[in-house]
Design a protein around this ligand. Structure first.
Ligand SMILES: Nc1ncnc2c1ncn2[C@@H]1O[C@H](COP(=O)(O)OP(=O)(O)OP(=O)(O)O)[C@@H](O)[C@H]1O
Ligand SMILES: [Mg+2]
Length: 264
């Protein structure tokens, strides 16, 4: 199939009088990573939720391949291959790493929660294949040795990797990450960045929402910059770093910081 995997045109969402996302256009080519950056309150997470379906747009269109998806539920978008890691996402307590990853996979399989709850034969077959896929995803994010440990006992950086494995378990066409590195210590950020680099080199298509201009510059093929709900710049990481409008939006006159911490 030709054309971008994800394409938004004129996406708009207001909260009361605030236009959180104001006529945003973007495109993500297959196998590439789009970085979305912008200061606090720029509309990054709102845009993220419009793409995932957890918020409905007031206007505009959203295409996934040749499908219009802007009116579909988050579950329907998940079945079309959209996987998400929310800002500040936490693991489920009282479950192992693999169990945490399997919970996500149920959302995207045909049998779903009802069959799981009723323990239908179809569910038991699916359960075995999900378990195998979950272990594969856990290995892919470098957590094989922790697979059967309680997830909540892992350090925060590894918990983020669990979230990534959960998203990957459904073999998504599009992976959405909202500030996956926020709140992590330097060594954990580095490990997460390397993991995202690996996924990128394997050809996973991603949208990476971040505060950290340095991290996005390293991980993204293209960058879209939001400020007050609008796209103020779009281009390669190099072009974005040199863009005067981006510099102004971040700091007034000084160059953008290599790292700005988001909310915990
Ligand atoms: N559920 C909501 N109800 C009302 N206003 C909201 C809601 N969600 C977001 N907003 C407002 O929309 C604007 C964009 O918020 P959003 O969370 O998308 O920004 P962000 O770029 O993700 O910020 P951050 O970097 O802090 O995560 C802000 O003015 C925010 O206050
Ligand atoms: Mg946000």
């Amino acid at each position: 199939m030709s054309g971008p995997l994800l394409e938004a045109a004129g996406l708009t969402r207001a909260f009361g009088g605030v236009l959180a996302v104001d006529g945003v256009d973007l495109a993500v080519e297959r196998g590439t990573t789009l970085g979305v950056i912008g200061p606090n309150g720029a509309g990054k997470s709102t845009l993220f939720h419009l793409i995932s379906g957890h918020l409905r747009a007031d206007g505009g269109t959203l295409r996934l391949g040749d499908r219009r998806v802007e009116r579909l539920s988050p579950q329907a978008r998940a079945r079309l291959g959209v996987a998400i890691v929310f800002q500040g996402a936490r693991v489920f307590h009282g479950m192992t790493v693999v169990e945490n990853v399997m919970v996500g996979a149920h959302a995207t399989t045909g049998a779903g929660f009802v069959a799981a709850a009723l323990r239908l034969p179809r569910h038991r077959r699916e359960e075995r294949s999900i378990a195998a896929r979950a272990r594969e995803a856990v290995r892919r994010v470098g957590l094989a040795e922790w697979a059967d440990h309680p997830a909540e006992q892992l350090p925060l950086g590894r918990q983020r990797a669990v979230q990534l494995a959960r998203a990957l378990c459904g073999r998504p066409r599009l992976l959405l990450l909202d500030e996956p590195a926020s709140g992590l210590r330097a060594a954990e950020r580095e490990r997460l960045a390397e993991l995202i680099e690996d996924l990128r080199s394997e050809g996973v298509t991603m949208v990476l929402v971040e505060h950290d201009v340095g991290l996005v510059g390293r991980l993204a093929d293209r960058v879209t910059v939001l400020d007050l709900g609008r796209v103020i710049a779009e281009g390669t990481p190099e072009a974005i770093r040199a863009d005067p409008a981006v510099v102004r939006a971040y700091l007034g006159t000084a160059p953008p910081p290599a790292h700005v911490d988001g909310p915990a």
